[in-house]
Ligand binder design. Structure first.
Ligand SMILES: [Zn+2]
Length: 201
C-alpha cells in the first residue's frame, strides 16, 4: 500500500508558489506520503524538472499529470507527460485519457471550476472526493456523487504553496510503480484520508 497526493501545482502553474525543489524536499522528508502527482494547470513542463530532482531518492515516486481547464470544468489526468490534443472539451480530454490508459479525474467537482453535475455524463474514471482546497460541504457532495456513480474516490491537496502539500492523501493498494498505481485507481483499490487539520471545514 502506498500513500499518494494526486493533485499538486508547482511554479509551472501561474498561480503556485511551490518550487519543484520544495515539492521534492517535502516528499523526501515526509514519513509516509512518498508518492506525489505533478498536476500543473494546462502544462506538463514541470514534470521533467520534478522527476530529475527526485531521481536520487529511490523511496519517492513522481506521478506525471496535468490539470486541464475545459470550458465545463477542470479535469486532472494522471499518467500523462503530454497535453491532450486541442480543442479541450470534457469529451476529448476523457477520451485522450482512456485511449492512453491514463486516469481522468473530475477535480473538485462542486467547487469553482469544477464539473458539477456534468460529472455524471463526463465518463471520468474517478472523482476527487477529498480536495485540500475545498470546503467540507463540497467534498461531501463529491463523495456522495462518487458513491452514486460507483466511481473510485481519490484525494489531492490541490497545493499551491509548500505548506499546503500533502494535506490529504489517497491510500492505494499498489507498489511504487506508476502503472500499478493507475491500474489500482481504475479498479477502485483506493481510500482517502486527511493528513492534518489544515483543510478548511
Ligand atoms: Zn488544481
Amino acid at each position: 500500500m502506498i500513500k499518494a497526493d494526486f493533485h499538486n501545482h508547482t511554479t509551472f502553474s501561474d498561480d503556485s508558489q511551490t518550487k519543484p525543489k520544495d515539492l521534492v524536499e517535502r516528499l523526501v522528508a515526509h514519513p509516509s506520503i512518498k508518492v506525489a502527482a505533478v498536476t500543473d494547470h494546462d502544462s506538463v513542463k514541470g514534470i521533467k524538472t520534478v522527476r530529475d530532482l527526485a531521481k536520487p531518492y529511490p523511496d519517492v515516486l513522481i506521478v506525471p499529470g496535468v490539470e486541464i481547464s475545459t470550458p465545463q470544468g477542470d479535469i486532472v489526468i494522471l499518467g500523462t507527460e503530454e497535453l491532450p490534443p486541442k480543442p479541450w472539451s470534457v469529451e476529448s480530454v476523457v477520451e485522450f485519457a482512456k485511449a492512453n490508459s491514463f486516469v481522468s479525474i473530475a477535480a473538485h467537482p462542486f467547487r469553482e471550476w469544477g464539473l458539477g453535475e456534468a460529472t455524471r455524463t463526463s465518463g471520468v474514471d474517478a472523482i476527487e472526493v477529498l480536495n485540500g482546497g475545498s470546503l467540507y460541504s463540497a467534498n461531501k457532495l463529491a463523495h456522495d456523487l462518487a458513491v452514486q456513480m460507483g466511481l473510485p474516490g481519490v484525494a489531492g491537496s490541490d497545493s499551491h504553496k509548500p505548506s499546503e502539500l500533502f494535506s490529504v492523501y489517497t491510500e492505494v493498494q499498489a507498489g511504487m510503480n506508476v502503472d500499478e498505481i493507475l491500474k489500482a485507481v481504475r479498479k477502485g483499490l483506493v481510500k482517502v484520508s486527511l493528513e492534518k487539520r489544515s483543510i478548511r471545514f
